[in-house]
Each structure stands twice: as structure tokens, then as C-alpha cells.
Design a protein around this ligand. Structure first.
Ligand SMILES: [Zn+2]
Length: 507
């Protein structure tokens, strides 16, 4: 179906009194976030005809393009649907075991096809909640900005392109990063401020908010109580789906497991199990045991957080969400579990939409890899979109090197001379591998922002999606649209072909 037909599915829902109250409270905490991040707040009138569109993510450090695309799609649909409101929440209380929270990768000509950007946090802090982690020191932050700048300056030299071409893009992001750094009180805020500020520069007009503020303001208490009252059925349904679907990376729940976490005094994230009316758990950091009584849930609320599945149930029912925009991986799996539990508990569930796409662009690392490839294998840039030409070019060069080595060996030639050709042969192998790695990586979106520029990204995303088809697959709606970005090197339509032909190279 078309986007307009899809939007018709979202109309004509009335919010209940408590959903409207919750929505007003979310609008309030969003106001606080926008004020602190210094981003203009979208103007929205809220009433019981409001159509709630929602998405969210954990506040990763300069995340992959997919995270920004969720916000982009949210904004695009909101603009086309009267009386709708777009909400984007940051799960800033998540556990710190995922390194993507504080670091990411950008393409580079290394063995892995990338280099690390960002920060590290001490091992002892990995079992804490992200909101208990301070932002990096000013020195570390400055080093990071300098590292990004020097990496891209070196790359533009190697790519034989003037640095001045991408320098304005760099400067724009650097300014946002510094401003966000200075405004942020902790690590997740720094990331969330950078993310939402870039969204604002992308022209997105959506309401951002933090999940820790939901807890501080004690929003959705009724939904929590409903889940706790039906915990047996919640855990049973959860495990039933896992038995049927065998989702990778999602473990079944224990019979007494409690779908909420508790933050210890030390910042440790405590997973809880329930017995009668008490939830208890041991802190993974300081090993202290905590016990909370369910009757006093309200007093513990600011220190508690929701698991991914509980979050889906609670926000959807509590806000009467019409549309949830999900990521395409784990997000959809948790979404499926949440939908089934919603059905069994008779809770409201939203329509879920996801946008699956790849980004075909030529950043500096891609350009260096292509230049090396054409030079080593005597090809032209225009040969590369044709996988047969590329594969035979590589094969011919390597065969001729092998032949040369054989000849020299038969002639009992100078050992150094033979060694030189062996080195060249080895180099063709290494280069093929590195090029493949550079092109198969899904890096931080920062590489795209630097290479293409924020303005161009908005255009490219809009053009990719504006007339797209939405397909229903099982429980979810999906858009499949890849994105080609312009390049001065070659026509944009040929860039996906280059990606494909490099992927088809044998190693
Ligand atoms: Zn502790």
C-alpha cells in the first residue's frame, strides 16, 4: 500500500482520559528535555483526538544511520497526518554492557575495514545504568574531536581530495558536539543531545524525552500495576513465544522473574525476581542485596526501569500509541513478544512499522579503497560497477603475477626480485580483503554526515521514501528502500552496483 493508505489505518482512534493525561505528562518532560538540549520544541495541540506516533532508541554514541532514519520516518509521517504527535524516547537507563553506547566505528583501510571512535568506560562500570555514568572529561572530549578531524584530514589527503570540500560538514557537527557536551549532565544526555540536535538540523520536528524522566514523574503507574498483577501470565506468554519462534539472543524468563530493574546506590543495575509482594535482587557491582515492596512501588519508581518488552506494553497502552516505528533487528523481535502479551492481557497495541534500508555512498575511506583497487588491478572507475569486469581484472592481475614468479623461479633469478613479486601478489590479496571490509561495514552515521552533509541527507532520505510501498509481513509493516547518495566521482545510480560487485569478489 502507499503511505497515504497506510496513514488511513492510523486515523479515528480516541484517547482515553488516562491516556490523554499521560500524553500531557510526556509533553511536559519533553519540554524539559528540549529546554536542556536547547532545541526548539514543536508546536502541538494535544486533545483526545491526538494520534500518537512513537519511536525511541537507547542514546548510543553517534549511532548508525538506521537510528536517525527512525526519527526521520516518524517526522515524515507526523507531517502528513493531521492531529498527530511524534514522540521519540531515549532509553537512558539501560545497562552499560553494550559498547555501542560510548563508542562506534568509521570506515578505514585497516584489516577490519574500520577504526574505533568514541570513548571507553571502566570495566567496573559496565554493570551500571547508563545514566549513572558521567560524561567524558573535557580533555578526552577534545581529543575525540581532534581525532575525528585528523582522521578525516588524513583521509582527504590519501583520497587526493581537498579537505575544504568536507570541512564545513565537519565544522557543523563539531559545533553541535561541543554544545551538547557542555549542556549535558551525564553521558547519555551528551549522546541524546548530539542526536536530537542533528535531528533538528535535519529539519525534524519531533518531541524527544528521556525514560528516566518518565520514572521521576511516575508516569504509567497503572500499566506497571497491571503487568505486576498478571506477572504469571506475562512470563508464561513470553516463554511460549520463545519456544515457538526461537529468537536468537533472547533468553527465556524464570518463573519468578520481574520485568523491571532497580538501580542500586552504587549505580549498579539490579535484575529482580519476585516472591509474594517483594522484589529482590543482588547488585552486580557492589553485591549488596536490595528488596523492594510492591505496595510501595511508587516510592521506588524514580530508581526503576522497564525491560524492552515491558516498555512496549506500558508506553503503547499508556499513551494509546497508534504507530510505533521500530528498528529492524532486535526491536521487531521484542515487539512480537510484546504484541502477544498485550493480546493475552487485553492491552492496546500499536501498528508497528520498520524501514529496512542500506546506505550507498562514497565516503573518503571508500574512495581511497577504490583508487587503490583501480591502480593495483589496472581498472578504471567505470569498470567497477560491472562485477564481471572487476572479478576478471583482479584475476588477470593475480594470474600474471603468479606467472611472473614462476618464470623467475625457473630462471633461478635473483631472490630479491622474486620476493618483490611475491610481495605484490600478497598485496593484491590484502587489498581485496580490506576493500571488501570497508564496503560491507555499517558505520556510524558520522561518516555519512561528514561525506555527504546534513542538507543532502534530508533530500536523499525524502526522495527514497516519499513514494514507497508499505508491505505487511506477518505482524508488521515494512518499507524496503535503499538510499543512493550523490558523489562527485561517479553517478549515484552506479554506487550500489559498485558495492555489489565488491561484495562478489572472491577472497
Ligand atoms: Zn550496588
Amino acid at each position: 500500500m502507499s503511505i497515504d493508505e497506510f496513514l488511513n489505518l492510523l486515523r479515528n482512534r480516541k484517547l482515553s482520559g488516562s491516556q490523554l493525561t499521560n500524553l500531557q505528562k510526556i509533553a511536559e518532560i519533553s519540554k524539559r528535555f528540549h529546554r536542556e538540549a536547547k532545541i526548539p520544541l514543536p508546536e502541538t495541540r494535544i486533545n483526545n483526538n491526538s494520534i500518537v506516533l512513537e519511536s525511541g532508541h537507547q542514546p548510543n554514541y553517534l549511532p548508525h544511520p538506521g537510528t536517525w532514519k527512525k526519527a526521520f520516518l516518524l517526522n515524515l509521517l507526523q507531517q502528513r497526518l493531521e492531529d498527530s504527535i511524534a514522540l521519540f524516547g531515549f532509553a537512558d537507563y539501560n545497562l552499560c554492557t553494550a559498547s555501542i553506547l560510548y563508542s562506534n566505528k568509521i570506515p578505514a583501510l585497516t584489516r577490519d575495514g574500520c577504526v574505533k571512535i568514541g570513548f571507553s568506560i571502566p570495566k567496573k562500570d559496565r554493570w551500571k545504568t547508563f545514566d549513572s555514568i558521567p560524561k567524558p572529561s573535557e580533555k578526552d572530549f577534545e581529543n575525540e574531536i581532534n581525532h575525528l578531524r585528523s582522521t578525516y584530514r588524513n583521509s582527504s589527503n590519501l583520497a587526493k581530495l581537498p579537505f575544504s570540500e568536507i570541512e564545513p560538514n565537519l565544522r557543523e557537527i563539531e559545533e553541535i558536539m561541543w554544545q551538547s557536551y557542555e549542556l549535558a549532565g551525564n553521558f547519555p544526555d551528551m549522546n541524546a543531545f548530539i542526536f536530537s540536535n542533528i535531528c533538528s538540523k535535519l529539519g525534524l520536528n519531533i518531541h524527544f524525552f528521556r525514560y528516566t524522566d518518565i520514572q521521576k514523574e511516575r508516569i504509567f503507574m497503572d500499566e506497571w500495576k497491571t503487568i505486576i498483577k498478571n506477572l504469571n501470565s506475562y512470563n508464561k506468554t513470553y516463554n511460549q513465544i520463545l519456544e515457538e519462534r526461537k529468537f536468537p539472543g533472547i533468553a527465556p524468563l524464570k518463573e519468578d522473574s520481574f520485568p523491571f530493574w532497580y538501580r542500586c546506590n552504587c549505580g549498579g543495575n539490579i535484575s529482580l525476581s519476585i516472591k509474594e509482594s517483594k522484589a529482590t535482587g543482588r547488585c552486580p557491582v557492589c553485591k549488596k542485596t536490595s528488596e523492594i515492596s510492591i505496595e510501595n512501588l511508587e516510592s521506588h519508581f524514580p530508581r526503576m526501569s522497564m525491560t524492552a518488552v515491558a516498555r512496549n506494553l506500558i508506553l503503547s497502552n499508556g499513551l494509546g500509541t497508534s504507530l510505533y516505528i521500530s528498528g529492524s533487528g532486535g526491536g521487531l523481535r521484542y515487539g512480537e513478544i510484546a504484541n502477544r502479551i498485550s493480546d493475552s492481557l487485553n492491552l492496546h497495541k500499536p501498528i508497528t512499522l520498520t524501514w529496512l534500508s542500506r546506505d550507498y555512498y562514497l565516503g573518503l575511506a571508500h574512495i581511497i579503497a577504490l583508487n587503490n583497487l583501480t591502480k593495483t588491478f589496472n581498472l578504471t572507475l567505470n569498470d567497477l560497477p560491472d562485477s564481471e569486469k572487476l572479478i576478471s581484472g583482479v584475476k588477470n592481475r593475480r594470474d600474471s603475477l603468479l606467472k611472473k614468479i614462476e618464470e623467475l623461479e625457473n630462471q633461478n633469478a635473483d631472490g630479491k626480485e622474486i620476493q618483490r613479486f611475491r610481495g605484490q601478489y600478497k598485496n593484491t590479496e590484502t587489498q581485496t580483503k580490506i576493500t571488501k571490509r570497508v564496503f560491507e561495514r555499517i558505520p556510524s552515521a558520522i561518516d555519512l554526515f561528514f561525506s555527504v552533509g546534513i542538507k543532502e541527507i534530508h533530500e536523499s532520505w525524502k526522495n527514497a521514501i516519499v513514494d514507497s510501498e508499505i508491505q505487511r509481513e506477518n505482524h508488521f509493516y515494512k518499507i524496503r528502500r535503499d538510499i543512493n547518495y550523490p558523489s562527485e566521482l561517479i553517478e549515484r545510480e552506479k554506487i550500489p552496483l559498485i558495492y555489489d560487485s565488491i561484495a562478489s569478489l572472491p577472497e
